[in-house]
Ligand binder design. Structure first.
Ligand SMILES: [Fe+2]
Length: 295
């Protein structure tokens, strides 16, 4: 319907799904075929033309989509959440105003904020950053971790706390820049099939999975998790494993629903484990993971 249409520009006002859909609309208005053809892993095409310029105005603090070249689009036939990414899909302008998030309900603040925290932690501990060869990205990710960890609970408790909302919005934007460059990890690799097949909201899937994946990854880059732990709780001498405990307790305090509310069978878990191994985020996890390990 949108292919070969002429748009001067596209303005996306909303959360991650809205901004991702706008990226897909922009790029597919200029390119042939189906969006499914451009899946970053199992697709067989690459974009040849740039679409109309995209302006993003986020109304949540979580996705980072306002500054990335990535869109996550669900293939309705297979349930696969596909990562579609290309420099042509990067927004040209992001208008970022935390006032737009002041009325965001608690559960959405908690879920989207958990997504942003996951972006920052997975970027800082990704395979791409483990050799300390990305000092700029390290700095950006650590600043995001500091802002989000000190303000997420405040923003959930009192949505009108503008200072906390500013931290959350700047933190999620910085986390977006960090993961755009460094990649993500197994939390996202598993959250994508959970969302695509069981409609688990992305932030809630991430929040439940993050401490489990951190515990799995901690021995791959303990010094990095120790740095995170000491950002979470400054002034002490925290161990790497303390970062996992902090996240577990934070997720509980902000009222994230448990995944046990979703009915899943053993064969569902097996299928998700298989999907996770072909998710682009699993390729930058700091520790090698097989289908069996995911399961
Ligand atoms: Fe995410």
């Amino acid at each position: 319907m949108i292919q070969n249409q002429q748009f001067d520009s596209i303005v996306a006002v909303g959360g991650g799904s809205v901004m991702d859909a706008a990226k897909a609309i922009s790029i597919m208005s200029a390119n042939d075929g189906s969006i499914n053809d451009y899946d970053a892993i199992i697709g067989n095409r690459t974009f040849e033309k740039q679409g109309p310029p995209l302006i993003t105005i986020p109304t949540t603090s979580g996705t980072g989509s306002e500054v990335t070249q990535w869109a996550v689009i669900t293939n309705e036939e297979t349930g696969r959440k596909q990562a579609i990414g290309h420099p042509f899909m990067s927004p040209v302008i992001a208008l970022v105003d935390p006032v737009l998030t002041l009325k965001l309900p608690k559960v959405l603040t908690a879920a989207t904020g958990s997504d942003a925290l996951t972006h920052a932690i997975e970027a800082y501990t990704s395979k791409n950053t483990m050799n300390n060869n990305s000092p700029l990205i390290d700095h950006i990710a650590l600043e995001a971790i500091a802002m989000i960890s000190r303000s997420l609970e405040r923003a959930v408790t009192n949505g009108e706390d503008l200072e906390a909302r500013e931290d959350m919005m700047a933190g999620s934007l910085l986390a977006g820049i960090a993961f755009q460059n460094a990649g993500l990890g197994n939390t996202h690799a598993l959250a994508h099939p959970l969302g695509g097949k069981f409609n688990v909201p992305h932030g809630i899937a991430n929040a439940n999975l993050l401490p489990v994946v951190m515990a799995y990854n901690v021995d791959a880059c303990p010094e990095r998790f120790e740095t995170i732990a000491n950002i979470f709780e400054p002034g002490g001498r925290k161990k790497a494993s303390d970062a996992v405990v902090f996240v577990e307790q934070l997720i509980e305090r902000i009222g994230i629903p448990s995944l046990s509310e979703y009915e899943m069978t053993e064969s569902d878990y097996k299928e998700m484990a298989k999907d996770a191994t072909t998710d682009v985020s699993s390729f930058t996890n700091p520790k090698e993971t097989t289908e069996e390990t995911f399961f």
